[in-house]
Design a protein around this ligand. Structure first.
Ligand code: BGC
Length: 357
């Protein structure tokens, strides 16, 4: 196991940004930068032992600064949408940036994915980690309270990438943190993700209105193209004439996860037939946003000269439900002083027929 730090660039005269590369005993490697606490690369073997990077991203810090797809970053203070950028907490109204039409998306104009975090390397008995911390000021992007956040990425020798989220506040606020990695298990830049197979461990989802805000209903997936209770090819139904798919131009919805323990539960499993790569997602969160890259423009200049196109990656964003601050019937996203926000998500990689890990 090995952890290496390289300079990744500079924001101004004093703010240096680094890229950390963590490698486990199987040769699986993970790249993380402290700019946006962003996952830059995940290189993992296919069934024949050939490695490929399965995460979309950029080569340069400048591209991360200018990019608008949230590649691999930590989204927050509130990942996903808040209707109209408005909510009330203890009878006090708050107004956030309206950076997605009239709505607030992924924490605003300068969300956590555009912040510089402090990094600390961690070497454990059977894993390597990178702890990233950020202090989000009271009033930043319109949110109340100084919020102190720690995100720990841990790479284990079981080919798991674990993300532990922790936050505390000094005033009541709302928090919803996720990682916004785009996966392509055939390798980033190798085409679209429509032939991946996906299972989502959920029999309900939160339907959305025309601006992608949940209506408040928890609707059964049965007899809809959003039914992934059994593994289904992503592209098989994505362009069906279904009201929810037409609104989102594909999949861009929150599924209500089935839970059997308080610990991380299986949320989703994605499989790519040619490489044999499988990704399993476990989480303590109540929901998952499956986003099929519908708003990715064609011709994005990605890592190592690769070009990414429409639906060139998919996201599995573990989260609380979108717009929860305005939906009292959704699980609460309020964090009060003295309480601790804590969540864990695990991405586990394997290759069917490949070497056991
Ligand atoms: C959202 C999409 C949005 C995308 C931006 C996803 O999390 O669900 O609607 O376009 O982020 O990259």
């Amino acid at each position: 196991m090995d952890i290496k730090k390289h300079p990744f660039g500079q924001i101004d005269d004093t703010t240096l940004v680094d890229l950390y590369k963590l490698t486990n005993l199987n040769g699986m490697a993970v790249g993380i930068t402290n700019y946006g606490a962003t996952l830059v690369a995940v290189t993992v073997a296919d069934r024949r032992g050939n490695p490929a990077d399965v995460i979309l991203g950029y080569d340069s810090l400048a591209d991360y600064i200018n990019g608008s797809n949230y590649f691999g970053c930590i989204a927050g203070r509130y990942a996903n949408r808040i209707a109209g950028g408005r909510f009330e907490l203890n009878q006090i109204p708050y107004l956030l940036a309206q950076n997605d039409g009239g709505n607030h998306l992924h924490g605003g104009i300068r969300g956590f994915g555009k912040a510089v975090w402090q990094a600390r390397e961690m070497e454990n008995h059977d894993s390597l980690g990178l702890a990233l911390t950020y202090l989000s000021q009271d009033g930043e992007e319109g949110y109340p309270g100084n919020l102190s956040i720690t995100v720990i990425y841990t790479l284990t020798n079981k080919n798991e990438l674990r993300i532990d989220y922790n936050a505390t506040t000094d005033k009541p606020t709302v928090v919803n943190l996720t990682n916004h990695a785009y996966f392509n298990l055939a390798g980033a830049g190798s085409g679209d993700i429509l032939d991946h197979e996906l299972m989502i461990n959920a029999d309900r989802f939160t339907p959305v209105d025309a601006s992608l805000i949940p209506t408040g209903e928890l609707r059964s997936v049965k007899d809809t193209p959003l039914d992934f209770t059994r593994p289904m090819i992503i592209g098989a139904r994505i362009d069906q004439d279904h009201e929810q798919l037409l609104i989102a131009k594909g999949y861009d919805h929150n599924w209500v996860l089935k839970k059997d323990t308080d610990g991380p539960c299986l949320a989703a499993r994605a499989f790519e037939r040619k490489s044999g790569r499988t990704l399993e997602v476990y989480t303590t969160q109540p929901g998952i946003q499956f986003y099929s890259g519908n708003f990715m423009e064609n011709g994005i200049a990605g890592k190592t000269g690769q070009v990414y196109h429409h639906r060139g990656g998919f996201c599995l964003e573990t989260q609380h439900f979108p717009n929860s601050p305005n939906q009292p019937n959704f699980p609460s996203t309020i964090l009060d002083p003295g309480a601790i926000y804590e969540h864990t998500t695990i991405y586990r990689f394997s290759a069917a027929g490949g070497p056991p890990v």
